[in-house]
Write a protein of this length. Sequence first.
Lengths: 299, 311
Amino acid sequence: MTVEQTASLAAQSSPAVQQRLTLWYIVRRWPILPVTLLALLVIMGVGADWIAPNDPIDQSLPDRNANPLYRDGSPYLFGGDHVGRDVLSRVIHGARVSLSVMGVALSAGMLIGTGLGLLAGYAGGVVDELITRIVDIWMGFPFLLLALVAAIIVGASFQTIMVLMILVAWVSFVRNVRADVLVIKESGYVALAKISGASTTRILVRHILPGTIGTITVIASLSVGNLILYEATLSFLGAGIPAPTPSWGNMVAEGRDYLQTAWWTSVIPGTALFLTVMSLNFFGDWLRDRLDPRLRQLG
Amino acid sequence: MGQFIARRVVLGIIALMLAMLIVFSLSRVKGDPRYFFIGEDSLGIDPAVWEEWGRRLNLDKPVPIQFALWMGDILTGDFGDSVTTQRGVLEIIGEKAPNTIQLGIIAWLLGTLVGVPLGVFSATNRGNFLDYVLRGFALFGQSVPIFWLALVMIFVFAVNLGWLPSGTKGEGLAIRNFVMPAVALAWFPAASYLRITRTAMLEILDSEFVKFARAKGVAQAPVRWKHAFRNAIIPPLTLSVFVLFGLLNGTIIIETVFAWPGLGRLAIDALWATDYPLLAGLAIIYGAAFVVMILSLDIVYALLDPRIKYN
């Protein structure tokens, strides 16, 4: 059934049905829930110091594995963990790590990947061959293991994680930006820009780059969920954000020994992680369908 | 065809050498790799022993030569000894590898056999309730962190219901022990296969030759499977490379959660014990496994789709 048919059906129906149909229509058409969740994530990450009801690192022995929902005299809404820290406050502070992955690793990866993609597509020849080969090889790296090796040697820290995330993030941009550039550079306006004496930089930045923005946005939104999962995995395995700084990954890891007695210590941060990634993926799908349905093959 | 394969093999070898170069460079980041074994503060070692040790690790030679010698050792199968157990790295890896391979193959089959048919089903039922459910499942599957999924499964099926054992492999092929790790590991691939197959099928079902087959009066089932599915098989096949790669990473996580005695668990133990030679060996073996996988899939891919040009 097409959109028009749905709309005309809605118009003919009784007011109640009509309203329900429009509501369903809006929910289906706009990613309201995911965007709300993502907004919440940003607010939590940025304002963690003000929002969090308790200190995320302060331990309190009497509140070890305290029950959630303030039951049995528990001081915490989401319960306490194995050393009596407030799970809710830690989840709120943990949002910062995910936000940093988005802010630092994704943007750096985007810059590097886009730059190389532009270069490869525009320059062609040996440069193109070289960059494409590097990308091919890069995709085949056992990154999780290399990340573990790096964690042994340089030590797990916030900086190490961000560098690793950048190393993972850049590749997916190169291929797709390059493919776009190959098409755009044959277009008339690029030829005209060349004839009128525009410099290569100007052609790349002013004439070609704008044409690739759609692709870049889609790739960014589709890959950010995976990056966040990747960071959480590293933190879960003990090669990521070091304790006591809360990240959702290391919270799940710390809570796993207490599944039997205090399931909330790992289930709650895991849920936060899952909801975040799901919102991002959902939003990414929506954006792709809107901006560039050709990219559907990326799945 | 021969040239195509040769090219791929060369690329694979370069990738592997690059991985080795990175592993080697990382081992020299701290300066002297001997510090992996004794720690920088333990200075009470006899200088003569220290020197002898350096000679054995070829540290008296220039760095490029060290790399060449190290690579030569690896190529002849000498990965050095594990720091914690003092046994050959390759020997330990050989011991644990079957457990990981069994788990990986089962998960891969499970993911493919669940994901691909569901994708076809979802596409042929486009827009109805089941399609929405399946798409929801796919979105869920691609978003859920598998370490967390595994923990929730343990919490529900092992801790609360007591239906399945929560960890370890058991003797031989104990099916009950395989259920949870294999399902957790197959979850993400199944979701990816579903999505990719659905998209590919929708595209093919919309094409002229399918419409023509329908117009000609071909029955529903042959149109779906003979006309459409055969032509929609390339995207899921391409995905297989990434799925297998994902499984290599996934086993590290799943084996940690389920205390599975395989390579992934070995890697994490090596991480905690800062057993550098063992971890480096694993990184190289995993890299090699990936190169072999990608190569064999490339060849299958080229055989299945005559449109692919071998250059």
